[in-house]
Design a protein around this ligand. Structure first.
Ligand SMILES: C[S@@+](CC[C@H](N)C(=O)[O-])C[C@H]1O[C@@H](n2cnc3c(N)ncnc32)[C@H](O)[C@@H]1O
Length: 410
């Protein structure tokens, strides 16, 4: 183990409590295998820390022991997840503890690793002992059929085919599955330098099938003249809509300037600078509405992200049930202000990547009770389960978790 890895686990898991983004990751000077070790340990950090805390109580309690804990988290990950032989892991551990001047830990650590339960048992145990304010506990209470393991699994890699020629250019051996119309989606085993080139040339976008399902949700809607995407950055759904409704006028708003820059770059990539007509505004919908009227509005609201935990495992380190309630208060304001820009007979699609009814059905319920000129509009998706007001896509090996609800104004 490169000594840098436990130092980085300590920094990201214990101190900063966030996952490094691609730019940060690139600046760490890690080899490919070291990046894997860092990212997989962080993906499972919640579970790894739990088992260490349970078996090595004193170690996990002391702040001064965070480096020791980080070293042990990497070794545990190598044994449990990467399935490395015990001999290799123990030799690696010995060298690393020596470097960290933590030789005293070797004996108890080896005893701990030798006695490690299987990953399945650990997951069952963690699931049983989650505290009431833990978001996973809340989600499992709400939806007992959720597969706990999925929250720690490797996320699927879906492409959106923006140019049909891309299909000929992707090696068929890479393709696991193709979606049915109206979606143009392909599930890949992994990306390659060729898919990266197709991405840069605007032939494909990386977008999960659950997000792409937006196109199914609007399938029956006649092409609108004017569209507002209220929380648009970085433009994943906006570019899908712009492809679908190529002659509509778009207003794309967001309150985050950096994310708006990312959206501009994304639009230029997808349309290869043959600029699609779109008005882009920095706008905060919690405090104001806009002076324009649209036939279709998308409110892809900011949320807890519980449907995409495996892509952002730090959600588990930082968010509690209280955050879901805070988030729903913001969603209610955004939905209310955005809805006042809708023309009569227009449609509004509310979506989140949350699994909690607090941010989904409850927000819609509250909105409908205050806006009697709106009602829910039936729609179908090829995945997901119906809820009182919308459709909840459940995260699985094939898809992320998302919620959609289609509303219509009288
Ligand atoms: C779920 S993300 C949107 C993802 C985007 N629709 C896509 O498909 O790429 C939510 C967005 O809402 C933005 N946001 C958060 N609070 C906002 C507010 N008060 N007004 C406008 N946008 C907001 C965030 O900056 C973030 O970009």
């Amino acid at each position: 183990m490169n000594f840098k890895i436990p130092l980085l686990i300590k920094k990201y898991f214990f101190t900063q409590k966030h996952i490094p983004n691609l730019k940060e990751l690139g600046s760490l000077g890690l080899k490919k295998e070291e990046k894997r070790q860092l990212l997989v340990t962080l993906r499972y950090a919640f579970i790894l820390f739990h088992v260490i805390a349970e078996k090595m109580h004193k170690l996990s309690k002391k702040t001064s022991c965070q480096l020791a804990c980080s070293i042990l988290m990497v070794s545990t990950q190598e044994l449990l997840i990467h399935k490395q032989p015990f001999y290799h892991v123990s030799q690696d551990l010995k060298t690393t503890l020596l470097q960290a001047r933590l030789q005293w830990l070797l004996k108890p650590a080896l005893a701990f690793l030798k006695d490690l339960p299987s990953l399945d048992l650990i997951l069952q145990n963690v699931q049983k002992t989650l505290s009431d304010e833990n978001v996973l506990h809340h989600l499992l209470q709400e939806t007992p059929s959720l597969d706990f393991k999925v929250f720690f699994s490797h996320p699927p890699l879906w492409l959106r085919i923006d140019n049909p020629d891309a299909l000929r250019m992707i090696h068929s051996e890479l393709i696991i599955q193709e979606s049915a119309s109206p979606l143009n989606a392909v599930l890949l085993k992994y990306s390659t330098p060729e898919t990266e080139t197709l991405f840069q040339r605007g032939y494909i976008s990386y977008q999960d099938i659950a997000s792409q399902s937006l196109i199914e949700a609007i399938d029956k809607i006649e092409q609108p003249i004017h569209v507002i995407d209220a929380c648009a950055a970085p433009g994943g759904k906006a570019t899908a809509l712009m492809k679908r409704w190529s002659t509509s006028h778009f207003t794309l708003t967001d309150n985050d300037e950096i994310r708006l820059d990312g959206m501009n770059a994304n639009i230029n990539r997808v349309f290869q600078n043959n600029s699609h007509e779109a008005k882009i505004l920095n706008h905060d919908w919690t405090t104001a509405t806009l002076d324009e009227k649209a036939d279709f509005i998308l409110v892809d609201a900011p949320c807890s992200g519980t449907g995409v935990i495996r892509r952002h495992p730090d959600i588990l380190w930082n968010k509690t049930v209280v955050d879901l309630i805070k988030s729903s208060n913001i969603q209610k304001k955004i939905l209310q202000n955005a809805s006042s820009c809708l023309k009569s007979r227009g449609y509004l699609l509310y979506s989140t990547c949350s699994l909690s009814s607090i941010e989904n059905d409850e927000v819609v319920k509250d909105f409908l009770s205050n806006n009697l000129d709106f009602k829910t509009e039936p729609f179908t998706l090829s995945r997901g389960v119906r809820t009182s007001y919308g459709i909840q896509i459940i995260p699985s090996n094939e898809q992320d978790g998302l919620y959609y609800c289609l509303l219509r104004k009288n």
